[in-house]
Design a protein around this ligand. Structure first.
Ligand code: HEC
Ligand SMILES: [Cu+2]
Length: 456
C-alpha cells in the first residue's frame, strides 16, 4: 500500500516537474517579437555575437571543470578498504598547475575582452568608417533632398522618455510624434536619449539596446535596421520595452518601431509636417472663411500653416452654435478643445500642450498608450478601424472607479487620468466639467473617439 502511494506521489511530482519545465521552456523562443537571438541589424548582431562568444567560453570552462570534478569524485570515492590503507602522498601546491590555471584564465578572459572592447567602440561611435555610412547620409538618400544643413548627417531622432510613454522629435524635419518610431530601412539612425522625469532605458532587442535614458544626461545610441542585402525581411514593426524600472506603469511602457522604405519615410515626414485641418475643412463654411481671410489680405494665407490657423479659428467660432456641429467628429473636436488641449498638441491648431503625446496623427499609429492598446487586426500589421475606435473610446472613457471592467485598470497610474502636474489630470478636468454642469457623457466619449480616429 505504502509502495503504491509512493509510486503515485512520484508520478505526480514527475508530472508537475515536466509541466513546469514545459511552461518555462515555452518562454524560450529564438524568433519571438522581443528576442535578442534574432537580430535585424548590425548593432544587435554584434551584441548577439558577443553573447555567443561569452557563452562558448563559459561552456568550455564548465565542461573542463565539470569533467575533472566528475572524474575526481568517481575515482577517489571512499571505499570500504580505505581505512586499512596508509594515507596517500600529501601534495601542497604545484607550480605548473597553478601557473597553467592562471595563464589559461587570462587567455580565456582575453578571448572575451577583445570582441567586448570592439563592440563597445563600435556601439559608442557613429560608424563613419563602415561601408553603409555614405549611403546613410541624408544628402545621399532622402528623396527630394535633405533639409538645410543636414545633408552630411544621418537621420537623428531625439527620443524623450516620459512616465510612461516616448516622444520622438525629428528635429531635422520639424516633426514630432510619439510612441511609434518610424525609420528607413538600411540607414544608420542616431537616437538622442533624453528623459523628462526618471531613469528609463531604451531597448529594441532586434535592433539595439539597452541604453539608459537618464534625466540631465545626454546619452545616445545608433542603430540600423538591415538584416540582409535585399532588406525584404527587415520592413515592418519591431517591438521593445522600457528596460529600467520607472514607476507604476513601467511594465506598460512599450516601444514600437516601424521600419519603412526611404520613399515611405519621406511620405510619412511630409504627412506629419503638414498641419492638421479641422473637420469639415472642405465644407462651404471653410471655403467662405478662407475667402474672407483672403479678401482681407490675400497674401496672408499662402502656407498650409496659415490656412490651418484661419480654418481652426473659423471652426472654433462656428462650434459655439451647437446646430453647426453636425457630425460626431465635429462634436468630438469641440469636446477636445474644451478638455484636452492643456496636455496635447494638434499641429496647426491652438492645442499645444506637451504634457502628453502629440496627437496630430494619432490614428496612424499601430497602438495607443505606448503599446498598451493595440489597434492591429490580429496577426497582421494593418490597423483594424473597429478595434482602434474601441481603444480610443476605452482610453478617453477610462475611469479606475468604473463598474465596467473594460474601462478599469487600462494602464494603472497613467498620467492622463492622474497627473500631479495638473493636480489630478482628467479626474480634475471631469470634476470641473461636472461643476460647470456639463459632465462628459458616454456619447461624448464616443464623439471624442471618432474625432481622434479622424486624425490620420
Ligand atoms: C492631464 C493631462 C492630460 C489631459 C487633460 C488629457 N491627456 Fe491624453 N494623455 C496624457 C498623457 C500623460 C498620456 C500618455 C499616457 C501613457 O501612455 O502613459 C496621454 C495619452 C493620450 C492618448 C494616447 C496617445 C498615444 O499616442 O498613445 C490619447 C489618444 C489621448 N491622450 C487623448 C486625450 C483626450 C481625447 C483628452 C481629452 C478628453 C486627453 N487626452 C486629456 C495627458 C493628458
Ligand atoms: Cu520607463
Amino acid at each position: 500500500m505504502r509502495a503504491r502511494c509512493n509510486a503515485t506521489a512520484g508520478r505526480i511530482v514527475g508530472a508537475i516537474g515536466v509541466a513546469t519545465l514545459a511552461l518555462v521552456m515555452a518562454g524560450c523562443s529564438f524568433t519571438g517579437k522581443q528576442s535578442t537571438l534574432d537580430p535585424k541589424g548590425p548593432v544587435a548582431a554584434q551584441q548577439l555575437n558577443l553573447f555567443y562568444i561569452t557563452v562558448w567560453v563559459s561552456l568550455f570552462i564548465f565542461i573542463i571543470v565539470g569533467s575533472i570534478m566528475a572524474v575526481a569524485v568517481w575515482r577517489f570515492r571512499e571505499r570500504p578498504t580505505d581505512s586499512t590503507k596508509p594515507l596517500p602522498d600529501q601534495g601542497h601546491g604545484n607550480p605548473l598547475v597553478e601557473i597553467g590555471l592562471i595563464g589559461s584564465s587570462i587567455a580565456l578572459l582575453v578571448i572575451i575582452a577583445i570582441p567586448t572592447m570592439k563592440a563597445i567602440w563600435d556601439t559608442m561611435e557613429l560608424p563613419t568608417d563602415k561601408p553603409f555610412w555614405p549611403t546613410s547620409l541624408l544628402g545621399n538618400w532622402y528623396p527630394g533632398g535633405a533639409p538645410q544643413g543636414s545633408d552630411k548627417e544621418p537621420l537623428e531622432v531625439t527620443v524623450t522618455g516620459y512616465q510612461w510613454w516616448w516622444a520622438y522629435d525629428y528635429k531635422q524635419f520639424g516633426v514630432v510624434t510619439a510612441n511609434e518610431l518610424i525609420i528607413p530601412v538600411g540607414k544608420v539612425v542616431k537616437l538622442n536619449l533624453r528623459s523628462k522625469d526618471v531613469i528609463h532605458s531604451y531597448w529594441l532587442p532586434k535592433l539595439a539596446g539597452k541604453v539608459d535614458v537618464i534625466p540631465g544626461r545626454a546619452n545616445w545610441l545608433w542603430l540600423m535596421a538591415d538584416e540582409d542585402t535585399t532588406q525584404s525581411h527587415t520592413l515592418g514593426l519591431y517591438y521593445g520595452q522600457c528596460a529600467e524600472f520607472c514607476g507604476e506603469s513601467h511594465a506598460y511602457m512599450l516601444i514600437r518601431a516601424r521600419v519603412v522604405t526611404p520613399d515611405e519615410f519621406a511620405k510619412w515626414i511630409d504627412a506629419n509636417k503638414a498641419p492638421v485641418m479641422p473637420p469639415g475643412a472642405d465644407q462651404p463654411w471653410a471655403v467662405a472663411a478662407l475667402a474672407t481671410a483672403g479678401a482681407k489680405d490675400p497674401s496672408s494665407i499662402i502656407t498650409p500653416a496659415q490656412k490651418a490657423t484661419v480654418l481652426w479659428t473659423a471652426f472654433t467660432e462656428r462650434s459655439k452654435t451647437p446646430a453647426n456641429l453636425i457630425t460626431s467628429v465635429d462634436r468630438g473636436a469641440k469636446l477636445f478643445f474644451a478638455n484636452c488641449v492643456l496636455c496635447h498638441t494638434i499641429n496647426g491648431s491652438t492645442a499645444q500642450g506637451t504634457v502628453g503625446p502629440n496627437l496630430s496623427h494619432v490614428a496612424a499609429r499601430a497602438s495607443i498608450a505606448a503599446g498598451v492598446l493595440d489597434n492591429l487586426k490580429i496577426g497582421t500589421e494593418e490597423i483594424d478601424p473597429a478595434r482602434q475606435n474601441e481603444n480610443f473610446y476605452r482610453w478617453v472613457a477610462q475611469n479606475p472607479a468604473s463598474p465596467d471592467p473594460k474601462l478599469r485598470d487600462i494602464k494603472p497610474g497613467n498620467l492622463m487620468w492622474y497627473n500631479p502636474q495638473l493636480d489630478q489630470g482628467l479626474k480634475v478636468i471631469r470634476a470641473l466639467n461636472l461643476k460647470a454642469g456639463h459632465a462628459l457623457t458616454d456619447q461624448d466619449f464616443h464623439d471624442l473617439a471618432n474625432f481622434l480616429q479622424s486624425l490620420k
